[in-house]
Design a protein around this ligand. Sequence first.
Ligand SMILES: O=C(O)[C@H]1O[C@H](OP(=O)(O)OP(=O)(O)OC[C@H]2O[C@@H](n3ccc(=O)[nH]c3=O)[C@H](O)[C@@H]2O)[C@H](O)[C@@H](O)[C@H]1O
Length: 410
Amino acid sequence: MYKSLFVHRSRYHSISKLLFWTLLFLVVIFFVFFRPPPTPDSSRRLLQDGPDWKSRVLKSARPKSGTNRRRIVLVTGAAGFVGTHVSAALHHRGDGVVGLDNFNSYYNPSLKRARRALLERAGVFVAEGDINDAELLKKLFGLVKFTHVMHLAAQAGVRYAMENPASYVKSNIAGLVSVLEVCKSANPQPAIIWASSSSVYGLNTKTPFSEEDRTDQPSSLYAATKKAGEEIAHTYNHIYGLSITGLRFFTVYGPWGRPDMAYFFFTKNILEGEKITIFEGPDHATVGRDFTYIDDIVKGCLAALDTAKKSTGSGGKKKGPAQLRVFNLGNTSPEPVGNLVYILEKLLRVKAKKDVLPMPANGDVLYTHANISLAQRELGYKPSTDLKTGLKKFVRWYLDYYGYGKKSSV
Ligand SMILES: O=C(O)[C@H]1O[C@H](OP(=O)(O)OP(=O)(O)OC[C@H]2O[C@@H](n3ccc(=O)[nH]c3=O)[C@H](O)[C@@H]2O)[C@H](O)[C@@H](O)[C@H]1O
């Protein structure tokens, strides 16, 4: 009996040994052959560690020699629509500019890469990385003493907030805090100019929208995150002495624009013979926007930067009260969406196939109209491009960029 038990035991031991070695072998094979590839973050970190990365950041941050310019600006969202135009304009006048962008795929990143190529040809380096990457921000601030941060990185789009709410919280709230955190600890602290939105006026019906009007009725999560950003700006200004200017952009359009916006995809659909939908309000009310041309917005951004006072704190400590501002940057000449389509039809020489449908409950508001007196007074802001002129420039760019023939009136 003992013998049979012994045989049984030793058989048991050899089976478990075999199992152990097989398992070990499989684990080794898995790690050697099926190891997951490095995450984008870690491969990005490798890029950021190279000597080339450092010297490109430093070179791009240098203000133009032979000028008396002293400004060194970090532009977040530099490969975005507004970010590209603002970065180019700052660089053009001689400021030092370093861009930062995460090239996310909210819309086709190839357009973002093309914008970056444009900037790099002009001499602006756009580092690849996320505003939530505190280590990366610290590294940039360790290398460069930024005098200003133009914070334009955000999750944009009103309607997409219903599809991917988390992305708005991540970029527009956590991302903003991450940027403000590095700014507050910097020595000296930079002044911050950042993109808020006309959408903060939400269900406000008093027009034109003035900065003093109520903004506590956002109608989309996008608007709510921008409104939250304005409150967060107040906190960082109050506790740390950061100089902060929020700019409420009104439906910005133009060349190199965003494919998720109506004027952009209407153009695409009209050219491709696809249907477009024009929304209308209750009782067939016209839906309208204070469409604002990109060059006017750029002028407003630069004026905000030029009039920004210095932050008063340093290294996380407030030394006195600091400037806190918010401005409307609109065109102050709202147009019905139907007019936008009519102008596009004329410019493209193609009749649109259109449906007019009630506006779905998707976060959209009926109408926007900016009162720009404050920006006029404090920034000398004076928009000068009407919708027809601006769309003509957009369509010219669109046809060229996407390689259409010459069948248009532009
Ligand atoms: O000012 C802002 O702060 C925001 O501006 C922009 O939002 P919006 O003003 O909503 O622009 P956009 O989507 O181009 O719709 C334009 C019009 O077309 C109507 N619209 C839209 C789609 C459609 O299929 N049909 C239609 O009629 C629609 O009802 C609307 O009346 C930015 O995207 C946003 O990121 C933010 O910056």
